[in-house]
Design a protein around this ligand. Structure first.
Ligand code: GCU
Length: 652
């Protein structure tokens, strides 16, 4: 698309296919998409594609064969024998993923011989939640926590008329394995509420643009819809009239969008309406929507992000980290089969470092989805380089209990809050594209090696990269999340950010506020005591071994120490330094690492296209300014609190 960055699908990656002869067998909408892709590649590079019966079958280099009749299955096989690469799939989606697999392999797909291998996603639902508003919100702008411009879907108060960009988005998503998108914000304001009813036609237009790439559309809805849209007196989930209203509303949605995916719901959270107002449980609320969706094959994604945001900060017994578990564990087993409980990966809110949410291991009778945040609300807001692959991989591989990892327990799907907007680079910071790509690939295979995914992203985004470019991009991206952690959030302390917009440091920004996120620093020490023995008891929400590992400072990993314990500044870490010295050291190191990364980027000037290079170079200036600000404020704050000088005598 003109004027828009091709991200990981520049023309060049289609050369190996586009210069060859391809046979496609099968029919259906997704086979048409596969054909369009291959035909486009051949038009650019001089190859040839035949649909079904081409003459002299043996002459093809590539065969893409649909062996079944459904579009449902996502699995495919890929192998090569007798000079021909063959992809087979029983569903159209599988064939499309098979095509992109061949694209990823590049020339290697056409070399030698290799036996057919089966590929299938480990997680059936791989979804992006867009926090996009139709109307521009007075405080949040159009995209809540969006750092890449306006919405891709909504413009001038309605669905974008020209959907070419949305189609291009669907194509990028399919190429990294994403198969579902929720097109509006979980905070459903007045205009957006109507997408469910009289404005469903606009959602249908967007769904129509995403469908050719195997992507199903979902919608965030307000629990109060029967009141605010239907004029009913109540939204009580057990009220027959309310249930009938939802059944009618859902029927209307499916009349407009027959393959509609379902709803996302944020209820009783940060001011959104929910079942508590009627004395009902969240299972009552979710099951009502599940019942309305069930006849049509839809799913409700019910978010577990429920906590008291009007807390008395002086009360050290209330602990926001406990809230999701306390609310939802008693409801385990009560949720309908098509109700999925969607849990943020950590107990608080997408901080740079959090433990895995204990709720994930405590709901064996409930389908769970795990929610990650690609939009970098707390990780540099797409002005800082912060590649989240290693963090997500740690989360997804985390062995919750009895050998089951988070990735395995997420039977209801993996979800990320999207980092995309109408910015020409899609993600604002061009290197933040790597986060979107990595999410898709890890959702397909949660135990994949993130460094290999990064390699793959580099090869696709920068076709035929010379070695210094590959090495340079690795140097800039690979450790960037740990670097960000160093200059912002030591040892599991979070939320030392500016209130409201959450960019830049403010150590006490949330300390004396009702939001429930504190560090409790005083002259003697800092951290939150979440032990069972003397603290909030949060550590006891984990099964073994984690309840014991986190309970004691002897066994708690350094990086989470202050999340679980209040300790003195002189407390000795397992690493052999004191807490206060660790704070100083990491903040100095973090800034040095940003300086080094900026130098590496500068050295890549001739190897990256000028527009991309300039954008990243400019953003590095801001990242460095901000990292220094973080270093100086955090170090000064804790120096003044503790009175302990830096062991290395650096200026603080
Ligand atoms: C965070 C974020 C909000 C968002 C919320 C959510 O609190 O700051 O903007 O609405 O998460 O996930 O619902």
């Amino acid at each position: 698309m003109r004027g828009v960055d091709p991200a990981w699908l520049p023309d060049g990656v289609f050369r190996p296919i586009g210069t060859r002869r391809t046979l496609i067998r099968g029919s259906g909408p997704l086979v048409d998409t596969v054909h369009t892709e291959v035909a486009g590649a051949c038009a650019r590079f001089g190859g040839r594609v035949d649909l079904d019966a081409g003459p002299g079958g043996a002459a093809y280099d590539l065969a893409l064969e649909l062996t079944g009749d459904g579009d449902g299955s996502e699995a495919f096989t890929c192998g090569r024998a007798d000079g021909r690469t063959t992809v087979t799939a029983s569903g159209g989606r599988g064939l499309l993923y098979g095509l992109f697999h061949v694209v990823r392999l590049g020339e290697a797909a056409f070399q030698g011989a290799y036996p057919p291998e089966l590929f299938r996603p480990r997680v059936a639902l791989r979804m992006l939640d867009h926090w996009d508003n139709v109307a521009v919100h007075p405080v949040m702008g159009q995209v809540e926590r969006g750092y890449a411009g306006g919405s891709l879907f909504w413009q001038d108060g309605r669905a974008r008329g020209d959907l070419e960009r949305v189609r291009a988005y669907g194509r990028l998503l399919a190429a990294c394995g994403i198969n579902a998108v929720a097109v509006n914000n979980v905070n459903v304001h007045a205009t957006e509420a109507r997408l469910l009813t009289d404005r469903i036609g606009e959602v249908a237009e967007i769904a129509g643009a995403l469908r050719p790439y195997g992507i199903r559309t979902h919608l965030s809805v307000t629990f109060a819809a029967p009141v605010v849209l239907g004029g009913l007196a109540s939204a009580d989930p057990l009220d027959a009239e309310v249930r009938a209203w939802w059944a009618r509303a859902v029927a209307g949605v499916y009349a407009a969008i027959p393959d509609f995916g379902g709803f996302v719901v944020k209820a009783d959270s940060e001011g959104q309406p929910g079942p508590f107002a009627y004395g009902r449980t969240h299972a009552d609320g979710a099951n009502m929507l599940a019942a309305a969706l069930e006849p049509h094959g839809g799913t409700v994604h019910w978010r577990a992000f429920v906590y008291d945001h009007r807390q008395d900060w002086r009360d050290r017994t209330t602990d926001r980290a406990r809230a999701a578990y306390d609310h939802f564990v008693p409801l385990d087993g009560e949720f309908a089969d098509n109700a999925v409980l969607q849990i943020k990966h950590g107990p608080l809110d997408f901080q740079v470092r959090e433990p895995v949410s204990p709720l994930i291991g405590a709901m064996p009778g409930t389908r769970l989805a795990v929610e990650l945040q690609a939009t970098q609300e707390y990780t540099g807001q797409q002005r800082h380089v912060c590649w989240l692959g290693p963090m997500w991989s740690e989360v997804l591989r985390f062995p919750v209990e009895q050998g089951s990892s988070v990735g395995e327990l997420a039977r209801g799907g993996l979800v990320a809050v999207s980092n995309v907007g109408d910015d020409p680079f899609w993600t604002g910071h061009p290197l933040a594209q790597a986060n979107l790509y990595t999410f898709g690939r890890l959702a397909w295979q949660p135990d994949a090696d993130p460094a290999a995914v990064l390699d793959e992203w580099i090869r696709l985004t920068f076709p035929d990269p010379p070695e210094p470019l590959t090495d340079g991009l690795h140097a800039v991206l690979d450790g960037s999340w740990r670097t960000y952690e160093k200059y912002t959030a030591p040892l599991g302390v979070g939320f030392m950010v500016q209130p409201g917009h959450h960019y830049g440091p403010s150590v006490d920004g949330y300390e004396y506020s009702p939001w429930g996120t504190y560090h409790f620093a005083d002259r003697d020490g800092l951290g939150v005591d979440r032990s069972r023995a003397t603290g909030t008891g949060y550590a006891g929400q984990y099964g073994k071994p984690w309840s014991e590992v986190y309970e004691s400072t002897d066994t708690c990993p350094d990086e989470l120490l202050l999340f679980f314990h209040h300790v003195s500044y002189g407390h000795m870490l397992h690493s052999g330094t004191t807490v206060i010295q660790h704070i100083y050291d990491t903040h100095f190191e973090g800034v040095e690492e940003v300086e080094a990364a900026r130098e590496v980027w500068a050295s890549l000037a001739g190897l990256v296209d000028p527009a991309r290079h300039a954008r990243v170079a400019e953003l590095f200036e801001e990242q460095l300014r901000s990292a220094r600000e973080w270093r100086d404020q955090i170090n000064s704050y804790f120096f003044r609190k503790s009175g302990v000088p830096d062991a290395h005598g650096r200026r603080i």
